[in-house]
Design a protein. Sequence first.
Length: 249
Amino acid sequence: MTDTVAARWAKLEPFVTAYGPDDAQVRPAVILFHGCGGLRPHLPRYAQAAVEAGWRAFVVDSYAPRGWDRNMSLTLVCTGVLLRGPERAGDVAAAVWGLAQRPDVDASRLVLAGWSHGSWSMMDLMTMRLERAGEAGLADPQTARAALDGVIGMAAHYPYLGPGALSRTRPWVRHPQVLAVIARDDHLTSVHNAMSVHDRIRRGGTEVETWIANGTHAFDEPTGLGPMNHDPELTQESLERFAAFLNRL
């Protein structure tokens, strides 16, 4: 999709799931972005953890607006054929812009939370000035710039940090506080590579808290595949660290 910010949000909005009290009270908000396998059972648990910490939470589905099912995403997105991080960054920008307009959301206190491909997309967005047409796959990316000023935090769970990840080579132009989760046995990146990217981000002026979780990629997803193994105890620790991160913001 190459859309305006408003058009991208119009496509995404029907597939955003909201969590939180059914009231009009203005609350800070967490916006959650799934991995390349699409919406999975662990995301509602993180959304609920955010709600219990006093935040609203919104889970964004990047696939339903495109008419993609899980088989297609596993085959074409997880392999890097379609919707790489720089393009999906447009979904992140549009979601921030759209949700910041809700009267029950404190647009000055937004947090992005991502898993794998979702974290890749969020991190790529942090490198983009959003000054020229086409950035993040958006015709008018500058429309979202002001809304992104309200992003005060980012929880990046085991992001893809291989070739094509912009944070490997480009500085961040936005500096939210970051909770960076590395999986020690991640088959997609080494701890050394992830730490070197985090250190690069720190040198650019971003506060990064790194946790090396003693598990595999997607350790918190109950339906792991191949080299990905679910670890319930580690998942609980991850949820607690996520909530504690929100409480510090």
